[in-house]
Design a protein. Structure first.
Lengths: 291, 291
């Protein structure tokens, strides 16, 4: 297992972690500049942030600052109520692959979607099995395109509390079932993003990490589960502040040769109320002690 | 599959559903009286409510009103930081079995506990595997006692969002693994409480219901998952108001011969702000249309 205690070379910042600073939406160029100044060498930007800045401009900045991308957040949202909706989703996902390629990302992270309309407060139906089939079909179609572009797709199992509105793939086992169905040759082009917030509770976590193996372990995300958790979306904890044994799981992942970044991704009103500098310095400190 | 559309004979009221009425804590005798007046024939009371009323008095009331118990909520909370704590938990669980026997309950529901201290806001450790071992040991010890009393124990897998603070058994599969280890003979004395709120999202739900079979399907609880869900504990939905296909799952359970009550259990600040009569009448209506 790699020693993180002496440097933060393997820290990647998911840019949502500081997308609001002192409560204000913060432009991506400022975030990238802050990272560079603090010696953070890798990032995972969100597509809405990339679009606000412009893909070409983002790409220039990333290259000039010599930043690596542990991922692009996010493709996915494959489900819809009709063929037109499915087609729009497929098109948007091809653009996401293109953007990830332009930024030379390690992978495109997929948050696969769930019951159509649920995120807007009104689910169009209750048939989660149908949504899961649409997801498998959508990932399969996108995989053909991604293979040509040589961009690995990382399915991110989301915590079951997001099964209705954000992602209907909620366990490593389910994600790997989809991977095995679509990529039985284990080509390295389809795998999982292991986000500790989403999977820490799973009694089969180690078993499924072992099943995944090096070819399917494409990303490792860290934050912590707080007790109590006061909000389903915006109360994630800084590593070390909660109950997740992150180091143990990192050991399990690295035992298979995973040598990518530990990407810190924290959606939190608490941290968004602080300055970017304070949040980033805490990320660096905790990367050394709690990741 | 049984037809519930014409009567609410098979509705059981988990008394937490109306434990607050118009915002005020409501005594159990009043709740039981309300049930009897509305033709609700079964209940599942909480132990703190039983203790407030007194076990003997509760037992008298239950008999005089001819109410059946679909379960007693709850035994469990098996985890601790030391032997003294484990011993206290074991003793309390034996009392819970005794109380369930006195009330002639169909089963004692077990919410098994998680990381010690987490529910109070400060977990004593992060070793969820240790908690799971303590739970298996605790259920095993209690099972010996429960067998003598002829009181079935129903492990309730709780939603993974409660894995840290309330129950570290979070899937049907895990619960049934514990059942198979402790009761390989499938005696009918150890099984699961299938609460749709906790397990609806699981892609292996039907598979594990089929694995459970009649001997292990001891209780069926209903409420609904709202989108959005605004609180991790107190924003459960009335059946029909959310995304769970309750009827489909009831069909799966009944295909194995389950013929018990559908127990409605809703913790909700929204419903607790209303009168008990309004909440109970809505439960009855939804039992006929959405369960």
């Amino acid at each position: 297992m790699r020693d993180f205690s002496q440097s933060h070379d393997m820290l990647s910042l998911n840019t949502a972690t500081v997308r609001k600073q002192l409560g204000v939406e913060t432009p991506l160029p400022k975030i990238l500049d802050q990272c560079a100044k603090l010696g953070i060498r890798a990032i995972a930007p969100w597509r809405d942030q990339i679009h606000s800045t412009g893909l070409v401009e983002t790409s220039k900045l990333v290259r000039s600052l010599d930043l690596k991308l542990s991922g692009v957040a996010r493709g996915g949202m494959f489900t819809a109520t009709d063929d037109a909706g499915l087609k729009l989703a497929a098109e948007d996902n091809r653009r996401a692959v293109d953007e990830a390629c332009e930024l030379n990302s390690a992978c495109l992270v997929l948050v696969v979607g769930a019951l159509p309309g649920a995120l807007q407060g009104k689910a169009a139906h209750k048939n989660i099995a149908l949504s899961r089939q649409q997801v498998t079909d959508g990932v399969g179609t996108l995989l053909e395109y991604a293979r040509k572009q040589n961009m690995p797709l990382a399915i991110e199992p989301l915590h079951p509390m997001y099964a209705a509105d954000r992602a209907c793939i909620n366990t490593m086992e389910h994600a790997l079932d989809v991977c095995d169905a679509l990529d039985p040759q284990r080509s390295g082009m389809l795998g999982v993003a292991v986000d500790m917030y989403h999977v820490w509770w799973d009694p089969k976590l180690k078993q499924q990490i072992d099943r995944a193996g090096r070819e399917r372990l494409l990303a490792f995300h860290v934050c912590d589960w707080l007790t109590p958790t006061t909000d389903l979306l915006l109360d994630r904890g800084m590593p070390g502040d909660g109950v997740i044994d992150i180091k143990q799981a990192r050991g399990w992942v690295e035992a298979h040769g995973f040598n990518g970044y530990a990407e810190v991704e924290i959606f939190s009103n608490r941290w968004w109320a602080l300055s970017g500098e304070e949040t980033l310095k805490t990320c660096i400190e905790r990367h050394k002690t709690a990741v």
